[in-house]
Design a protein around this ligand. Structure first.
Ligand code: 3HC
Ligand code: NAI
Length: 698
């Protein structure tokens, strides 16, 4: 026995209580303890049944992810599962909180399963770039059938107890202390003379069209291999005897363990949890957040207000006039109606949010009691400054004044108030009630408790919050500007926007950069180009054809035309033929003879530009750690999660080769391709971006 498992005896039932906080992961000590506990129960005179129960907030959250990559120690989880199932005693699991991955596999290896009404089960291994490796793909289809098993395993979704009962994953739901209800259930089974019921002995499930299922899952995963591979593992549960199926599953599990995708996904798992972990905020209490204000009810203001309402915060929104107030209200009503339709909120909650929690006004005096205000007005410094001066006058002392600006200088905005310490940037992403990313932009004077409150708000809104320093575009938009420029250069030199978009979606991005530009609105980039034009370095190559699209009134999706043409009935656009004509005219004007770009070169240049700028952002301290950049790109820019983020991708791809490529591109355009000093330093020292993450954590 180990101290991770407590052994107890209750009449003829032995209880193995798992005690491995915070989530009872199946570490080596837990596996060893469970095996020893089972052996003790089997040898314990008079014991007829064994009850497994978890202490704390979960039954078992799965294998211990921190042990991945290390030499696996015995007992291995699949062996432990087989041993539990083969026990001559009746083995029962009483499940509460989550039973995930290896946790559900342990439960499926017991003979009977009882769960709390709010318990959740799932096989989320695909989110780590893996598939269930301890019998999950063999046992789950035997209790649920193939279709439900493929759904659960390939999506990795958490299934609530009632659905799990319906699907046959659990046998009974009962509220109460998990050990008490588990003991009562085991006692009832013994009294009824219930037999052992190994899942492996159940008949193999039905055949399906495996190739079609594999292809569909591969397509949906945009290149992620693990979910598609999981279909093959389920196939083995049907086509092979149980023991052979287990072996096949195990082989696939270990093959996936060796992949870059697994490393990328696990990097994402831990980075997602590390972003909010900032040493300077450890002992800093956030300010109270009872009510918030939003200035501007356009695209972003309405989305931010909706996010806050959905999180239970009352919102006072300020607009310019009656018509703008009405427009803001109908935007918010539309978003809330969507939440109602998707079952996220009830009708009564919806009505209360829209009619009681939301106040819309034109007078800034309405903001007298709010604790934090987020400004989302037009992206113009003069407008922002006048709004902040008015906020400074209207808001109570201690109220935090935040800007949702995409690019502008937070320090300059703060200087238009008398409370520099209370000003920060809170940069949301569109649509703000959906997108998970929040950049908390820290100005030179922002107080620590103001930053802590930014993170607290992010948490309350269910966002992944990342600390960013002040520069043009902060972390995400600054990097976006650079890789978009690299793409724009390739277009001037011979590539097409459509080839570039295809290469990037093949890489795993949800959308290519030109489809994204159409979605965001081409006017945003146009305004920025005009803003930067007066101070632009003459060596900078800037295409004029996107301006010509805007001059003709084509702003992308919102006007029906941009890089693509959007028919009303169709969501995706078709290439706009006018665009290639504009590009060709510009190449002629500039005397450029277009050349062919191989898909691999497009990807390489695009990613090299992204990594190089990201390394500058980390080197200058705008992002604290490489992982902060990775999470910004993952949650705000559709970067494929299975690569972990651009700097994880860079580590996996090799920094030496990337720097060599950047240096060779610099031969053509030394101004754009200036290698990041941090990248040069890492290469010189033979270190990786991940080494910097580890240093920051220690
Ligand atoms: N192994 C190791 N540590 C884990 C863990 C695991 N399986 N699951 C969670 N943790 C850690 C987290 O890293 C975090 O640590 P920290 O406090 O030091 O940052 C702590 O537990 C609490 O986790 P969260 O902050 O995520 O807490 P939540 O309450 O928000 O979520 C959870 C809890 C739903 C269990 C969530 O952590 C989760 O989804 N965990 C991963 C579950 C999973 O993927 N299981 C499958 C593992 S693979 C497997 O089982 C292979 C098998 O098939 C062979
Ligand atoms: P928008 O044009 O849709 O909305 C701006 C709103 O502000 C309008 O409804 C306008 O009536 C209102 N407004 C203007 N001046 C005001 C004032 N003095 N008082 C009260 N209301 C006023 O603009 P959008 O897209 O919502 O952008 C707002 C801000 O958010 C900008 O700073 C932008 O850079 C930033 N942002 C935009 C993103 C996007 O994808 N659209 C993403 C992230 C940030």
């Amino acid at each position: 026995m180990t101290d991770k498992i407590a052994y107890g005896r209750h009449g003829d039932i032995a209880v193995l209580r798992i005690q491995n906080p915070p989530v009872n992961a199946l570490s080596h000590a837990v596996r060893k303890g469970l095996l020893a506990g089972l052996e003790r129960a089997e040898a314990d005179d008079g014991v007829k049944a064994v009850l497994l129960v978890g202490e704390g907030r979960a039954f078992i959250a799965g294998a211990d992810i921190k042990e991945f990559g290390k030499t696996p120690l015995e007992p291995h989880l699949p062996d432990l599962c087989n041993r539990l199932e083969a026990s001559p005693l009746i083995v029962v699991a009483s499940m509460h909180g989550v039973s995930l991955g290896g946790g559900l596999e342990v439960a499926l290896s017991t003979h009977y399963r009882i769960a709390q009404p709010d318990a959740r089960v799932g096989l989320p291994e695909v989110h780590l770039g893996l598939l269930p490796g301890a019998g999950g793909t063999q046992r789950l289809p035997r209790v649920t059938g193939v279709a439900a098993a493929i759904d659960m395993i390939t999506t990795g979704r958490h299934v609530k107890a009632p659905e799990a009962l319906e699907a046959g994953v659990i046998d009974r739901i009962e509220a109460g202390d998990p050990q008490t209800v588990g003991l009562a259930y085991a006692q009832a089974l013994l009294s009824e003379g219930a037999a052992r019921r190994p899942v492996s002995a159940l008949p193999a499930p039905d055949l399906i069209d495996w190739d079609a299922a594999y292809d569909a899952v591969l397509k949906k995963g945009r290149g992620q291999i693990a979910p598609a591979q999981a279909v093959r593992a389920v196939q083995a549960s049907v086509e092979l005897p149980f023991a052979e199926g287990l072996k096949a599953e195990r082989q696939m599990f270990w093959d996936l363990m060796k992949t870059d995708q697994r490393q990328g996904m696990i990097h994402a798992f831990f980075s997602e949890r590390a972003v909010g972990n900032l040493p300077e905020l450890k002992s800093v209490a956030a300010r109270d957040l009872v009510a918030i204000g939003v200035i501007g009810g356009g695209t972003m203001g309405a989305g931010i207000a909706t996010a806050a309402l959905l999180a239970g915060l009352p919102v006072t929104l300020i607009e310019m006039n009656d018509a703008a107030m009405d427009a803001a209200k109908s935007r918010i009503a539309g978003y809330l109606a969507g939440a109602l339709k998707r079952g996220k909120i009830s009708q009564s909650t919806h009505d209360a949010m829209l009619n009681q929690a939301l106040t819309i006004a034109t007078d800034y005096d309405a903001l007298g009691t709010v604790d934090l205000v987020i400004e989302a007005v037009f992206e113009e410094m003069a407008v922002k400054k006048s709004v902040f001066a008015r906020l400074d006058a209207a808001c109570k002392p201690g109220a935090i004044l935040a800007s949702n600006t995409s690019y502008l200088d937070i320090n300059e905005i703060a200087a238009s108030t008398s409370r520099l310490g209370d000003v920060i940037g809170l940069h949301f992403f569109s649509p703000a009630h959906v997108m998970k990313l929040l950049e908390v932009v820290v100005g030179d004077q922002s107080a620590a408790d103001v930053v802590a409150t930014g993170f607290a708000l992010g948490k309350r809104l269910g966002k992944i919050s990342v600390r960013a320093g002040v520069c043009d575009g902060f972390i995400g938009n600054r990097i976006l500007s650079t890789y978009r420029t690299a793409a724009d250069h390739m277009i001037l030199d011979g590539a097409s926007p459509y080839q570039i978009d295809r290469v990037l979606t093949d890489f795993g991005f949800a959308m290519g950069p030109y489809a994204v530009a159409d979605l965001a609105g081409l006017d945003i980039g146009w305004a920025m180009r005009k803003r930067l034009a007066p101070t632009r370095d003459p060596r900078e190559r800037v295409g004029r054809y996107p301006d010509r699209l805007c001059e003709a009134g084509h702003f992308g999706q919102k006007t029906g035309k941009g890089f693509y043409v959007y028919e009303k009935s169709q969501r995706a656009g078709a290439p706009n033929p006018e665009v290639m004509a504009l590009i060709e005219a510009e190449r002629q004007e500039r005397g450029i003879t277009p050349r062919d770009f191989a898909d691999t070169e497009i990807l390489r240049r695009y990613m090299a530009a992204m990594v190089n700028e990201a390394a500058k952002v980390v080197g200058e301290g705008i992002a604290r750690r490489p992982l902060d950049v990775d999470m910004v790109l993952l949650f705000g820019y559709g970067f494929p999660r299975y690569w972990g983020g651009p700097l994880k991708w860079a580590d996996l791809t090799g920094l030496i080769g990337l720097l060599e490529d950047i240096e060779s591109y610099a031969n053509e355009d030394a101004y754009f391709w200036q290698p990041a000093p941090l990248l040069q330093k890492l290469v010189a020292e033979g270190r990786s971006f991940d080494d910097l993450n580890k240093e920051a954590a220690s």
